[in-house]
Structure formats: C-alpha cells, structure tokens
Design a protein around this ligand. Structure first.
Ligand code: IVH
Length: 668
C-alpha cells in the first residue's frame, strides 16, 4: 500500500503540474498523450482503491456523481456588482469622483469577461467550495462543476486560506463546438457563450459540465490580510504566483486618458479575442485608496464597468403592423427581414408610437439599423438614409381602427393613438383573453384562438357570455374534441369559485392591477360594497391613486357594467372575497422583503403571473427602478427600466434565470 500511496502522490503532482502548464500558462511541457496516459493510470488505481480518491484528485476534472440539487450557501461577504459607464462623459465623472475622494490615482484596466461571477474558497491551499453569485448574498454550491474547469487549481502553491472571485466563461471555440453538437442532435443551440456557460454550471451532473470546456479568469480578492499585495495589480500578480489564471491583457494606467486609450484599443480588437467581453472594468489600483472610497449598497465606489455599445446591424423594414391592446391603444411594430443581432435572430421590433416613427422618419422599405437595448430588446435605431429606395412614403398611422374602423383618437397628453369604440372586436377579444388569464379567472384551455373563433361565431360578446357556453356551442369549433370541450366546461365551471380579487382584476378596469385588486377585495369583501364605494374613500387607501379611484367609480357606476355583473351573478359567479389575506402569505427567504421590478414581455408566463408568484414569496413588486430596487426581471420588450437598472448596477435576471430559480425552489 505504501508504494501505491507514493505512486498516487506522484501522479497527483505530475497531473496538477501538466494541467497548470496547459490550462493556465498555455505552455504544455509534455504531449497530450502522456498526460492522458498518466490520468488513465490514476483513474484505474482509484477504481480499484476508492479509498485513495481524494477531493483534490486530478480525476475530479472529469466529473463525479450527479447531484439532485445545489445547496444554498451564504457568501462570507456579499458579491456586489459594478456601476456602469456608457461613454466618455460617464468615465470622466467617475474619475472626478475618485480624484475628489483620494487625489491622484493609478487605474487598473481589465477586460470585462462576459461570463458568470463565481467565488472560490480555499482552506490551507485546498479548493473546498465554489459558489455562484446568486442574488449576491446567497449563492449556490457548484463546487463539483467548478472542479471540472482545469484552470481552477485544486491545490495552491502555498497553503493559504482565502476566497478569490472571478468570471467563469465559455471560450468561443467551445461554444461553437457545443452548438455544432446541439444542431447535430437537433437540439436548440445556445444564443451566446454566456448562456452556454450558465447552462453548464447549472448541470446537476458534473460529468455534463466537464464536457462543456469552461474556463476562468480570477480578478478579485476580498480580504488582503493573507497576501502581501497593496494594490490590485500586485494582487493579480500574487494570484498568478499561487497558480491561478488571471487575464494578462490588464494594464495599469496613470490617468483617465490612459483608460480611454485602453477602451479604444479593445473596442477595435475585442473580436480577435478567443472569448467574449462586454466591456472594460476600471479599478482604482491602490488598496488603501479603495478602502478610503468604500462601497455603496450595491457596488464599490472605486470601480466602474464601461459597457461597449450594443451591436448594431442593418436590416430591411418590410412592413409596419398594428396591434390593438385591451385598452384600445394602437401599437405599431416593425416587421424586419430576419437578422442576427447579439446572439439571436430578430424579426420584429416595437416602434412604440407614431411620434417615434416620424422623429426617425422610418418608412416601409427602408434599410434600418437594429440593435438590442441592453442586449435584450430589439430596437430600430435609425434609418440608413443613403440606402433609401426610390418611392418610399412617409408613414402615417391610419385614422381609423384597423379592427373595427372606428375613428382613432389621440388623448390629450398621450402619444398613443387609441380606439375608443367600446365594441371594437380587437379590444373585446383582448379583454376576453385578459379575463380568462391565470391571474384573473384562470380558465385553462380558453386560448386566444378559441376566443377569436367564439367571437367570430357570435357566441361571446362580453365576459359573462363565457359562462353561458354549452357543449353544442363549443363542439363545432376547429380542433375541438369532446374531451377538450368537457375539460373546458369544467374549467369554466371551476372558475366561478374564484375569489373576488381575480374577478375584479379580470374585468380590466383601467389602472386596476393585481395588487390593487387584492387590496380592494380584501378590504370590501363583496362586490356589493365595492359598487357603493366613493372616490373620496378610495383615495385614502394606500395602494389606490387618484386615477384608479376615478376610473373605478366611473366603471362601477356604468349601467352596462351593472347589467354585466348581474349576468355574471345569474350564472353563479362568486362575488365575494374568499382568498388569502396578503398579510398571511408566507414568503421565501430569497424574496422576502425584496423590491423587484418586472419589465418587458415574458414568454413563458404573463407578467402578472410572475408578479403574483413573487408576491407570494413575500417580495414587493414595483413599477419603477430606483436605488432601492433589489432585482429587475426582464422579458423581451423591456426598455428604459432595463437601461436604468444597468446604470444603477441593479441585479438583472432574464426570464430563464427566473424560471430556473422557480424550479430550483420547487425542487427543495
Ligand atoms: S470586478 C464588486 N473585474 O462584471 C464587483 N468584474 O457588475 C467586482 N466581471 O459581477 C467585480 N470581468 O461578474 C470585475 N475583470 C473583472 C470582470 C468583472 C467580468 C463581471 C463580474 C461582475 C460584473 C460587474
């Protein structure tokens, strides 16, 4: 056994050494075959003598047992993010703040690697735990997956205990290879290397993560007591000496002009890098200066992230389509020749309103520059005038509703055009879709297509008609079998028992959202009492503003609405509050007390569903992004809120991050 132990120790030492030379120094000293042979020998020994397999054996690089979940672990110190700069002005302002605080400084410029922040914990020189950033306070333990990244040393060249942070990422070559494989297997390819890296680190089976070939650059240390370094540049050199991989493109500069030169260089050369970067990080170099400046709630005052402008591509505007919302607002959408922008194919972009179309003089047939705001939401930036074909015409919104032909109006103080015909088919259909949506009456199986058909067959004209539908009405519709009809009728029947707040919300009263519906239903308990409530009384309620109070009372006073409510009552639709009081809802610690903003269109759920779910977890869902916002969840149509969040350095999740979180929570 003694001999075997010795051999294992030698193999560890050699394999770690060869790994380091290959993956960190990019300078192998032995041919790959020799490495493979030694690794095979070690695997063989460990198979026969599992007791010799240690947590830092080089064999862990190939992955181990699959896990059922990732443990949540609180970070020793929160993982913060950085404030953003988008232009020279922002950077000069940063420089001014720095110099006002600590006088003349040198800056460390680093590439902003487009991957995922992770933290690595070492005890006595051994890698013991690796965490994701998570919400900054609590991350997930992805140690096993991180061990598969060859550039992460499992043992350090000196036995120190500390935590180091960096960015795990997928090199472009791994990404291209992975997507080739995905395409071959007829699987959905990843949109970009960042998503692919995120997906890999979330694999419960570390063998799958191992197959993905991730890499890492370390860039920060929390606690300098264990190190000699007195500056960021020395700290990075020390990390190098300990066996970590740091990015070698870093530069120390002595002024903001030096920063600007560095940015200019990488703006031009970033495409040549073997990995994606999305900006440049600028840090005050001296640790004492950093300490003097300190932190805001979310980010260090001594560093800033310059973000590259979003990628812009040219496409052709094929058409402008109009859609009519539930409240009659007519929204123009650009139909574009499909183009790849920042990792996905874009074929539509909201044009918001007529003013925007005129300001940019956008015409059908034009070549247009398209980008994704915040790299997520497609946007038409401008027209390429030099390429304008002959015969294009200034675009005018129609004077009449494309659905019902009623004259459109522009309400004072609003840019939007609106169809004010209460009988407009498009609006009514949108209203019906809203009424059956999950947050409202939650009638499963009554989708847009069916509602449109029912409307066209004149089977429903208002929301109450839904409760009068019969088997005979439904069976003749397209793609409607007996089973489906039965299910639908049961869903309609069941919805009659929904608590008052859902009905209120479903009615689509202007300015009445999910929250206020809950508050009103909880307070007044019956529809009867709500019908009698006055504007004066309503405005005294915390979540009710003047606009809502007015629209609510006007709505309830309308005799057509009274008739509609009678019609609903006649069918046994519940008009009382039977739900759970907000104060009784138990939350989840990750969301409890957090202020969250949802923005943009979500694909896999409605915004209100997301919002209700978050509220159930104890979060406060608000409308605007401010410094007190803890998290912004973005869908595909987000705009200024996303930009604001980025500027403030607010944590941002996309829909997938959110869904992953939900499913992870339902697993435990
Ligand atoms: S320093 C307090 N340096 O960019 C945060 N971050 O919001 C210190 N990133 O979350 C971060 N490359 O994921 C730093 N060279 C670099 C970086 C870098 C990429 C990421 C990191 C961070 C985000 C900034």
């Amino acid at each position: 056994m003694g001999e075997l132990n010795k051999r294992v120790a030698t193999l560890h030492q050699l394999l770690h050494q060869y790994n380091y030379e290959y993956h960190v120094q990019d300078h192998p000293s032995v041919p790959d075959a020799e490495y493979d042979q030694l690794l095979a020998e070690l695997i063989h020994i460990e198979e026969k003598h599992p007791e010799l397999r240690t947590a830092d054996s080089p064999t862990v690089r190939v992955g181990g047992q699959a896990q059922s979940t990732f443990n949540k672990v609180q970070h020793d110190t929160p993982m913060l993010s950085l404030g953003n700069a988008f232009n020279e002005e922002d950077l000069r302002r940063f420089d001014q703040r720095v110099r006002e605080a600590v006088g003349a400084v040198t800056y460390m410029c680093e590439l902003k690697i487009d991957g995922l922040a992770v933290s690595l914990k070492y005890v006595n020189g051994r890698f013991v735990q690796g965490l994701t950033r998570g919400d900054g306070t609590i991350g997930e333990d992805i140690t096993e997956n991180l061990k598969t990244i060859y550039a992460i040393p499992l043992t350090l060249k000196s036995p120190i205990s500390f935590e180091v942070r960096g960015e795990a990422f997928m090199p472009r070559s791994s990404f291209l290879h992975l997507n080739e494989m995905k395409k071959k297997n007829e699987e959905q390819p990843f949109a970009n290397p960042r998503n692919a890296a995120a997906g890999s680190l979330r694999q419960l089976d570390s063998k799958l993560a191992a197959a993905r070939k991730l890499d890492i650059f370390l860039y920060s240390i929390n606690d300098f007591t264990e190190l000699e370094a007195t500056s960021q540049s020395e700290a990075l050199d020390e990390l190098d000496a300990l066996g970590f991989k740091t990015n070698q493109e870093r530069r120390e500069v002595t002024s903001i002009d030096g920063v600007l030169d560095y940015i200019a260089y990488w703006t031009e050369h970033r495409e040549k890098l073997p990995y994606d970067i999305d900006g440049i990080v600028i840090k005050v170099n001296d640790i004492d200066h950093q300490d003097e400046m300190g932190f805001t709630q979310k980010s260090p005052r001594w560093a800033i992230a310059y973000k590259f402008p979003a990628e812009e591509v040219v496409s052709t505007l094929q058409n402008i389509e109009l859609s009519i919302g539930r409240t009659g607002v007519v929204t123009p959408t650009a139909v574009l020749e499909p183009v790849r922008v920042a990792g996905t194919t874009v074929s539509r972009a909201s044009l918001h309103n007529e003013d925007l179309i005129h300001d940019k003089d956008i015409r059908i047939g034009d070549s247009v520059v398209v980008k994704k705001a915040g790299d997520i939401i497609p946007e038409v930036v401008r027209v390429v005038i030099e390429r304008r074909p002959k015969g294009t015409k200034t675009y005018h919104m129609p004077t009449h509703c494309p659905s019902c032909n009623h004259e459109l109006v522009r309400i004072e103080g609003e840019v939007a055009l609106r169809c004010i015909n209460p009988k407009c088919q498009a609006q009514l259909v949108e209203g019906l879709i809203h009424f059956v949506s999950r947050q409202a009456m939650n009638i499963d199986g009554l989708g847009t297509k069916i509602i449109e058909q029912l409307y066209e067959h004149e089977l429903i004209r208002d929301v109450a008609d839904i409760f009068y539908l019969t088997q005979e009405d439904l069976l003749p519709l397209e793609r409607m079998g007996e089973k489906k009809v039965q299910n639908l009728l049961s869903a309609i029947e069941a919805s009659k028992q929904r608590s008052l707040e859902h009905l209120l919300f479903g009615l689509g009263i202007r300015h009445l959202g999910v929250k206020a519906s809950q508050v009103l239903a909880e307070k007044y308990e019956t529809m009867e009492r709500l019908l009698a409530v006055t504007e004066e009384e309503l405005v005294t309620i915390h979540d009710v503003g003047e606009k809502l109070a007015q629209s609510f009372v006007t709505y309830m006073a309308n005799k057509d609405i009274r008739a509609l409510l009678d019609k609903l009552t006649a069918q046994g639709v519940n008009m009382t509050f039977t739900g759970q009081k907000l104060s009784q809802v138990e939350g989840h610690p990750d969301f409890q007390g957090k202020t969250i903003v949802l923005t943009g269109k979500l694909q896999q759920m409605t915004r209100s569903e997301a919002s209700q779910w978050l509220k159930q977890q104890g979060a406060k869902v608000t409308n605007s992004v401010t410094r007190s916002t803890d998290l912004v969840i973005v869908g595909v149509d987000a705009g200024s809120k996303l930009v604001k969040a980025e500027t403030l350095g607010t944590p941002i999740w996309n829909e997938q991050d959110f869904i992953d979180k939900q499913s992870e929570m339902s697993e435990v």
